[in-house]
Design a protein around this ligand. Structure first.
Ligand code: HEC
Length: 395
């Protein structure tokens, strides 16, 4: 009964997380677009920064932006915050269910560092807090006055974090951790900076004072960061389904390349929506970065000896033996591994099942070190090389 319950908790939490994330990213993309498409028109009311006309769902909308605020506070004002909070809360809950509850399989890798589950969880949660504090201090330091320098420092911090996490956790654990840090930075930007600044603006107006324009400026800077982080975060959240991304040797360099690609793509849309010359070259940068990722993913498993001798001819019986000793305890019709009730993802690696899953076996355990999770069964680099060299169709 218990595995069924956890499976449903996992499924429902993921459903919620994806929905809230769509709502958050959707509204955030919408406002970035709206902001970029505002145009100043002759005869516009004083105190406005521009307006935009839109058509959607059978009606016309006329949006006007007030800088810093309208002369009178409107009676009903829509705030956008729960999209963000709910995404972070559901995401952290899902992380607890999958990566903290299953730390021994998904977060820890004995080949990387022999951590106890509580240690891994403490490091992971601590790194989220520390990462946010470091980023926030960076934004508030003199560096924060120079957008370009701040972006470079933030980039360096994230790549360094990615490298460090791959020295502490399994590949998929490390990639998820970096994604979770970026998502935490984004949600905290909303919770700790953007919304409080908006509250102060409103409070000043209620007191009949002019709000401080600096409040809006700071919020705008954080909002810009969120915009550029969106695409890389989504990539990292999906990375654990792709062993070539999460569990190959240069996974942490891929984080850097994905940050570059994501930024380039956002730059394309931001410029286009602002009516500036369309930077088509952005796609060239994004494509080059992603090709770099493809190339890096061929560099072999994250753990183990890169120079493991590659056999030239691999027979099916050799593969069958490796699978029997390293995989079958979980991927059998009746798994014997404690806590695994049914063959994971329906993958049964017995007899003909091995041949049918040949390409997946090579991806998960040959080209990458995604399987066995945490290398619980101690597969060797030589065995991985053998699986990678297996064409999959030998007798
Ligand atoms: C300790 C148990 C365990 C062992 C040992 C193990 N696996 Fe897995 N395997 C899992 C779990 C759990 C999942 C599901 C992972 C997830 O939910 O992301 C999985 C998923 C998979 C998948 C499907 C991946 C997908 O995303 O569809 C393949 C293929 C796979 N394993 C191959 C292997 C191979 C090959 C070996 C041996 C080299 C192996 N596994 C050893 C537990 C195990």
């Amino acid at each position: 009964m218990e595995p069924i319950l956890w499976e449903w908790i996992n499924a429902l939490a993921r459903w919620l997380h994806v929905i809230t994330a769509i709502a958050w990213i959707g509204s955030s993309f919408y406002f970035i677009h709206l902001d970029a498409s505002l145009r100043r028109r002759a005869g516009a009311p004083a105190g406005t920064a521009g307006d935009a006309w839109q058509i959607h769902g059978g009606g016309f909308y006329h949006m006007t932006k007030y800088m810093v605020a309208p002369p009178q506070l409107p009676e009903d004002l829509t705030w956008f915050k729960w999209e963000s909070y709910a995404t972070w809360l559901s995401g952290f809950f899902l992380m607890c269910v999958l990566y903290y509850r299953g730390a021994d399989l998904f977060l820890i890798d004995q080949d990387v560092l022999a951590l106890a589950p509580w240690q891994a969880v403490a490091i992971s949660a601590g790194a989220l807090v520390a990462g946010w504090v470091a980023y926030d201090l960076m934004c508030k330091s003199p560096l924060g006055r120079n957008d370009g320098a701040l972006a470079l420092a933030g980039f360096a911090m994230l790549v360094a974090t990615a490298w460090a996490m791959t020295r502490l956790f399994s590949g998929r654990g490390a990639m998820l951790q970096v994604g979770a840090l970026m998502a935490t930075m984004m949600a905290c930007n909303v919770f700790m900076i953007i919304i409080p600044n908006q509250r102060r603006t409103v409070a000043a107006m209620l007191r009949g004072e002019a709000p401080d324009p600096a409040l809006g400026k700071t919020a705008k800077q954080r909002s810009l960061h969120n915009n550029y982080l969106t695409l890389p975060v989504v990539f990292l959240m999906l990375s654990n389904h792709y062993p070539l991304v999460s569990s190959t040797r240069y996974n942490w360099v891929m984080v850097a390349l994905v940050l570059v690609a994501g930024t380039a793509i956002r730059h394309f849309f931001n410029s286009r929506h602002a009516g500036k010359p369309t930077p088509w070259w952005s796609w060239g940068i994004a494509a080059a970065a992603m090709l770099g990722c493809v190339w890096l993913s061929t560099m072999g498993p994250a753990q183990g000896d890169a120079a493991a001798t590659v056999p030239t001819k691999v027979g099916f019986n050799q593969v069958e033996e490796i699978v029997a000793t390293r995989c079958s305890m979980c991927h059998a019709a009746q798994p014997v591994w404690d806590g695994i009730a049914t063959p994971p993802r329906g993958v049964v690696l017995e007899g003909d099942g091995i041949r049918r899953h040949a390409q997946q076996i090579r991806l998960q355990a040959g080209f990458s070190s995604a399987m066995p999770p945490a290398n619980v069964t101690g597969i060797t680099p030589g065995e991985r090389a053998l699986l990678a060299a297996w064409p999959g169709d030998t007798k």
